[in-house]
Structures are given as structure tokens and as C-alpha cells.
Design a protein around this ligand. Structure first.
Ligand code: ADP
Ligand code: ZN
Length: 503
């Protein structure tokens, strides 16, 4: 944080002197105040006596609305309120051991048109147990009067801390209910893991307002998230495909696929949600071949569940479920093929899938392939393909694709020695090939159905692995030499510019 002038700098200086009687700021006080007043969530680790109170009391004084302070001990709260009232700053507190009538009086004042409190202190069990208080806070929020939430002695949130309090754990609800209200978490004692824990439990995520969305959430919760998203109160959403069927937000700037989409159709539609306002937007897909194995397993499971639910298991319907599964896996393979392709224009590839033509020169280097590749060569990889197929056979059709690639490259790993695969005729036959070339060919053989990944659920934790098998009828022609396989490889690649995406 630079201490360049913020709009409130003058006001801070004046009130620090006039109201609090301080001649200057102590180390880090100004930085914390500027961060919280900029709307960020802030975690403050400052020694006892360092002056943490000022970092929220001064903003509370000069910001419109009310600052909610959660503090564990009534005696501490009373001491703070006394000081605030002496400085003519209106403040109140609520705790479980107060008279009922007195609590009602304070809630009534909170609800009133011209409530004059600048700070409201509460104990954490009040948040956990009082629906009336939460309703009042919601009411304040709706009226735009919930300025800031302060969590004092924040280490009490963490089970790793020395002073864990169960009621503190429930405070995460505040960020869920008020995602755009800045939270200030204060403590004098926190190890790195306690800090992580606190940040996690309170839902503070780097000053961005983020939420999640998936099909198993209840409808009210889903509707709430959608509404916040459309009103710009949330600007990042982590979601499954359940999100977005009816979403038509014009200014989506980034769509990031963290795992492999199940089909090009699905991917095309999901990406289509970016940039409806016509402005530049980015779609990023993280891909690794191993995702294919995982998603294939999910699809197999899903198809079985679906059909058993809909039709039950009888012979004719098993055929039906088999057909659905086949189509789904075929769709997935097309997606894998799209990802494996590191030569052709992405836009051309997507549109070609739908039978449309696209002149890739009009891409203007907006896709990864067009921006990095200046030229490519076509290479006959038939011999490599034949060797790989033979190697799968020699290894007894019992090992994974990555194992086959290692044997082909001549690795002498323990696993390879254990299987005695270092003695196979084709061990090391692909040693001379450029990095990534053999895997491109092997993945191509899978995409084109010469080889088949047979997915296995490997252990009690449900992790997925697969073994590679040969599709004999298809491979026959290839091995007899009646078929050539030509692949394109980039012949010169420009280093892609780092920092291209400015988050
Ligand atoms: P903490 O909560 O970090 O333990 P406090 O907020 O109670 O610390 O502050 C400790 C003492 O330091 C208080 O007496 C407070 O008035 C004083 N103090 C805080 N900030 C300043 C400042 N900028 N200049 C002078 N005194 C300060
Ligand atoms: Zn392109």
C-alpha cells in the first residue's frame, strides 16, 4: 500500500488529532485504515498495545453507517464503549446477560430512521444465537448502513489457536450474508496456520467478492447467489455447469475451465457467455491428458446411474445405456482432440466442429495457437504409431499410457524394472524424439480409437487410473502398412508473453 493521497486522508489526519488526541499514526495503522476504507478485507496481526482499535474506530467515525464489532469479553467491550463515549462517539453493545428490555431498546434504535450509533459491539454468541440481531443487521445492510464488520481477537476462530471459541466458528455467516461489506480481522497472536484458518473460516478471499454455485445447493441459496451475481455484488463465481443456463450477463470478462468440458458443444456454449457486450473477453482452459481418464470415469458412472434410474436394468435398455455412454465418450474424445491440437486456430476448430467455415487469418492472433505459432510442418508419424501399438501389446495390455511412454523413452525407473519392461524389444525406441512428440502420437491413437483407455477405480479413496488396450480391428490395417498417420507440429514457436492476462 502506498500512502499516496486517498480522498479521506485529510479527514483522517484531522480526526486522529481532534477526536482521538493522537499527533501521528503508529506503524501500519494508516495502511490498515486505507485498505479497509478501500473496501478490502484485511487481516491485521499487530502486537498488544500496537493500536489496533484506532484502525476501525477512526474509519467508523468518518464513514456513513454503523460498524459492527465482535469482541469476546463483555468487560473489554464496556471499557471500549466508555472511551468512545468520552470522545463523543455514539456506541452501544449487546450481550446475552443484558436485560431483555435494554436489548430491545438498542435494537429499536438500530432500526430507527436516524439511528446515531457509529459502532455496535456484540459478543460472538449473539451472532450465533440471536435471529433478531441478524435480521436487524440485514435491515441495516439493505439500507446501506452496514459500513464494516470488525472481528476482534480473531485467532479465537481457529482450532489451532490457543483460545478457540466455538461461537467464533459461526462468524463465517457474516461474509456469506454480506459479501460486499469489508471485514477487518484483528489479533495480536497468530501463527501462519492460524492465520490461514481464520481467513478461511471467515471467508475473506484477497479483496474479491466470490461465491460458489452447484446443483446440490437448495433453491433459495441458488437464487440468492444468482441475484447477487446479476447485481454485481459478486464478481467471481466458482461453479459447476449447473450455473449459467439462464444467465445472460453482458459483461463476463473471464471464463476459466478448471477441468475438461465433456464436449465441444458444451464448451462452445459455456464460452459463449463471455463478452456479450462485444468487448474483449478471455476464455482459458486448463488441460492435461490425465483429465480425460478422470472425466471418462465420471461419465461412465453417470450414464449407469441415469439409465438405472430411468429404465431399470433389462436387456434392451442396457443396450440403450451402452449407446448413450458411447456417444458421451465420443464427444469427450473430440474435446481431447481439440485440446491436444497445438497447431490450428481454436476458432477454426470450434466452428469446423459445427460444420462452419472460418478464415483463420481473421483470428488476429486472439487464440493461443495463432498467437504462438508462426509456421508448422506435417510429419508422417506412422512408424512411431506402429511402435507404440506394438509396445502396448508387448507390455501385455496391462499398463497405463504414461507407463508406455516412459518405456518408449527408455526410462529405467523402479516400476519399469519391476515389470522387466526394460527388456522389451522396443524399450528406448523413442529416445531420439523431440519432447512431447511421442505423447502427441499416443494421444492421437486414443482419440482416433486405435487404442482404448480402460478406466479403473484404483483404490479405496476412489482415485482413478487406467490401462491402455489395443482396438484390434482398427489397428489391423495400420500394422499391415495400409494406412499412414500424418500429424502437424509447430515448426517455430514464439515465446508467449507472460502477464498477458491482467487479473
Ligand atoms: P491494541 O488493541 O492493539 O492492544 P489499543 O488499540 O488498545 O491497542 O491501543 C493501545 C494504546 O495506544 C491506547 O492507549 C491508544 O490510545 C494508544 N494509541 C493508539 N494509536 C495511537 C497513536 N497513533 N498515537 C498515540 N497513541 C496511540
Ligand atoms: Zn486463432
Amino acid at each position: 500500500w502506498s500512502n499516496k493521497d486517498f480522498p479521506w486522508t485529510k479527514q483522517l489526519e484531522v480526526n486522529n488529532k481532534k477526536v482521538f488526541g493522537n499527533h501521528s499514526f503508529r506503524p501500519n495503522q494508516r495502511e490498515v485504515i486505507n485498505a479497509t476504507m478501500s473496501g478490502c478485507d484485511v487481516f491485521v496481526l499487530m502486537p498488544t498495545g500496537g493500536g489496533k482499535s484506532l484502525t476501525y474506530q477512526l474509519p467508523a467515525l468518518i464513514c456513513p453507517g454503523i460498524t459492527l464489532v465482535i469482541s469476546p469479553l463483555v468487560s473489554l467491550i464496556q471499557d471500549q464503549i466508555m472511551h468512545l463515549l468520552q470522545a463523543n462517539i455514539p456506541a452501544a453493545y449487546l450481550s446475552a446477560n443484558m436485560e431483555w428490555a435494554e436489548q430491545q431498546e438498542i435494537l429499536r434504535e438500530l432500526n430507527s430512521e436516524n439511528c446515531n450509533y457509529k459502532l455496535l459491539y456484540v459478543t460472538p454468541e449473539k451472532i450465533a444465537k440471536s435471529d433478531a440481531l441478524l435480521r436487524n443487521l440485514e435491515n441495516l445492510h439493505v439500507r446501506g448502513l452496514l459500513a464494516r464488520i470488525v472481528i476482534d481477537e480473531a485467532h479465537c476462530v481457529s482450532q489451532w489457536g490457543h483460545d478457540f471459541r466455538p461461537d467464533y466458528q459461526g462468524l463465517g455467516i457474516l461474509k456469506q450474508k454480506f459479501p460486499n461489506t469489508p471485514v477487518l480481522a484483528l489479533t495480536a497472536t497468530a501463527t501462519a496456520s492460524v492465520k490461514e484458518d481464520v481467513v478461511q473460516a471467515l471467508g475473506l478471499e484477497l479483496g474479491h467478492n466470490a461465491a460458489f454455485y452447484h446443483g446440490s445447493m437448495d433453491p433459495a441459496q441458488r437464487a440468492f447467489v444468482q441475484k447477487q451475481w446479476s447485481k454485481d455484488e459478486i464478481n467471481i463465481i466458482c461453479a459447476t455447469v449447473a450455473f449459467g443456463m439462464g444467465i445472460n450477463k453482458p459483461d463476463v470478462r473471464f471464463i476459466i475451465h478448471h477441468s475438461l468440458p465433456k464436449s465441444i458443444e458444451g464448451y462452445h456454449q459455456e464460452c459463449g457467455r463471455a463478452g456479450r457486450d462485444g468487448l474483449l473477453s478471455s476464455c482459458i482452459l486448463y488441460y492435461s491428458y490425465s483429465d480425460y481418464i478422470r472425466v471418462k470415469h465420471m461419465i461412465s458412472q453417470g450414464a449407469i446411474e441415469q439409465t438405472s434410474m430411468t429404465y431399470g436394468y433389462n436387456r434392451s435398455n442396457m443396450t440403450n445405456s451402452g449407446r448413450i455412454l458411447e456417444t458421451n465418450i465420443e464427444n469427450l474424445l473430440r474435446m481431447v482432440s481439440y485440446c491436444e491440437n497445438d497447431v490450428d486456430c481454436r476458432r477454426l476448430l470450434q466452428l469446423a466442429h459445427f460444420g462452419e467455415k472460418f478464415d483463420s487469418s481473421t483470428c488476429q492472433k486472439t487464440c493461443d495457437n495463432c498467437s504462438k505459432i508462426t509456421s508448422f510442418i506435417e510429419k508422417d508419424v506412422t512408424e512411431i504409431a506402429k511402435q507404440l501399438v506394438e509396445l502396448v501389446k508387448l507390455a501385455g495390455q496391462k499398463v497405463s499410457s504414461s507407463h508406455i511412454l516412459e518405456v518408449y523413452r527408455g526410462s529405467l525407473s523402479q516400476m519399469i524394472k519391476k515389470h522387466r519392461h526394460d527388456t522389451l524389444r522396443l524399450h528406448g525406441a523413442g529416445k531420439h524424439l523431440a519432447k512431447g512428440e511421442a505423447s502427441r502420437v499416443l494421444h492421437h491413437l486414443v482419440v482416433e480409437d486405435f487404442l482404448v483407455e480402460e478406466v479403473k477405480k484404483s483404490d479405496v479413496y476412489g482415485s482413478v487410473s487406467s490401462i491402455l488396450k489395443v482396438n484390434n480391428p482398427k489397428v489391423h490395417n495400420l500394422l499391415l502398412g495400409g494406412q499412414r498417420i500424418i500429424l502437424r507440429f509447430p515448426s517455430s514457436i514464439k515465446a508467449s508473453k507472460p502477464g498477458k492476462f491482467d487479473f
